[in-house]
Design a protein around this ligand. Structure first.
Ligand SMILES: CC(C)(COP(=O)(O)OP(=O)(O)OC[C@H]1O[C@@H](n2cnc3c(N)ncnc32)[C@H](O)[C@@H]1OP(=O)(O)O)[C@@H](O)C(=O)NCCC(=O)NCCS
Length: 132
């Protein structure tokens, strides 16, 4: 997937903002993709739990792309946007945007579509009320 133009804006609402730490680097010294995916998963769950009014489980991750590396010390902001809602499932688009600690423009570094299922105390799917 192409990187967005420099004037592009993030889509969605902020669900997490974090500082990329040295413990989360890969062998190249950049931030490990697994850290980004886990933060995206958590950020999407923040939105999904609010919609479901219950806990949720991640059932699928699609259209994942890594557009640019994240550097240690960057501020990484995760944006979530509801893309679709089924009977028990919610499809949420998540973008991560990175900004140097000294400021300047932020750039999109990853995006993906995460699907969550609303689950009850027994771990069974339950219907999500629409229009929440
Ligand atoms: C999430 C889970 C409870 C769903 O149980 P299930 O028996 O598959 O439930 P269903 O078949 O009724 O599917 C539930 C919903 O998920 C959707 N779904 C299931 N598999 C999917 C997939 N691979 N991709 C997208 N949607 C999927 C179904 O379409 C359905 O949506 P709808 O109700 O809106 O129409 C079960 O799959 C599970 O526990 N998975 C493991 C979750 C997990 O450990 N995640 C990682 C940590 S959170």
């Amino acid at each position: 997937m192409d990187a967005p133009s420099p004037t592009a804006e993030p889509h969605g609402e902020i669900v997490i903002r974090a500082i990329a730490m040295p413990a989360d680097t890969n062998a190249n010294g950049d931030i490990f993709g697994g850290w980004l995916v886990s933060q995206m998963d958590l950020g999407g769950a923040v939105m999904a739990r609010t919609l479901a009014g219950s806990r949720v489980a991640t059932v699928a991750i699609d259209a994942m792309s890594f557009d640019a590396p994240v550097n240690v010390g960057d501020t990484v902001t995760f944006y979530a946007r509801l893309q679709g809602i089924g009977r028990t499932s919610m499809k949420i688009g998540i973008e991560a945007w990175s900004q140097h600690y000294s400021g300047g423009a932020q750039r999109r570094v990853t995006q993906g579509v995460f699907t969550y299922v609303a689950i009850d105390a027994a771990g069974k799917p339950h219907a999500v009320k629409r229009g929440k």
